[in-house]
Design a protein around this ligand. Structure first.
Ligand code: ATP
Ligand code: ZN
Length: 216
């Protein structure tokens, strides 16, 4: 009786680049939710699923804390947050890359040119790892938004930010010089997910994989 009432708690982005495709994926999986953009949560009518609408950056923490069991979030966010969260499945949307960019006028031949520079980014953990792997000593300036303006205002020599078309970089007089990470939306789950939730996750995953197969 308890088990039949058990629900899987899924966190998706409240609004932004991943929101619409996350809802669309659930629909394609045959899961009906009343689209409540202004609500905190909603329930599926035909699957034991509760959907929470959250800021993407907060999703790994909410999963670790048990507020949600699983989430749909960019791989970039999962890797940056370093929470108790596993990547279960890549979802094929939200594709972008985390790239280093420098002013167009700067001579750039290799990663060595980043030596002793100041780099502005919202991804200090991933950038630090990249610099360490490449034996580059650079100063990381963590800023939460509008990273691309940092070189123009003299805050940094270069940036590391998410790019899809590159037009934002171009408009800010920057050129992309290194790809640090290729990212897309993923289904992420708590590392120690309970058996009952895990069973529901397998059901959902089975549907997601069928949707992906049908598209290929
Ligand atoms: P929130 O209000 O939820 O914090 P946000 O502004 O941080 O939203 P979005 O800009 O909506 O986030 O991006 C969400 C995710 O979309 C990113 O973490 C990334 O995985 C993916 N993405 C795809 N293309 C891009 C892009 N060009 N720029 C930024 N993110 C992108
Ligand atoms: Zn965010």
């Amino acid at each position: 009786l308890f088990v039949s009432k058990m629900k899987l708690k899924l966190a998706i982005q409240k609004s932004g680049r991943l929101h619409d495709d996350s809802i669309k994926l659930l629909k394609e999986c045959g899961i009906d939710i009343n689209n409540g953009v202004n609500k905190l949560k909603t329930e599926a009518s035909n699957f034991p699923l509760e959907v929470f609408f959250l800021r993407d950056d907060d999703i790994p923490q909410y999963i670790e804390d048990g507020v949600a069991d699983i989430g749909i979030v960019g791989e970039n966010v999962v890797l940056e947050k370093k929470k108790q969260v596993d990547i279960v499945e890549k979802l094929g949307f939200g594709k972008c890359r985390l790239s280093m960019a420098v002013p167009k006028s700067m001579e750039y031949n290799s990663v060595e040119d980043l030596q002793n520079t100041r780099i502005a980014t919202s991804y200090p953990i991933i950038v630090n790892e990249f610099l360490r792997k490449n034996n580059i000593k650079a100063e990381i300036h963590e800023i939460s938004g509008s990273v691309e303006i940092a070189p123009g205002i003299g805050l940094a020599d270069g940036i590391c930010d998410l790019v899809s078309s590159g037009s934002t970089l171009f408009m800010n007089g920057l050129k992309e010089v290194e790809t640090v990470l290729k990212s897309e939306a993923v289904l992420a789950a708590f590392k120690s997910i309970q058996p009952a939730q895990s069973k529901l996750l397998d059901k959902l995953l089975f549907r997601i994989q069928a949707v992906k197969k049908a598209k290929n």
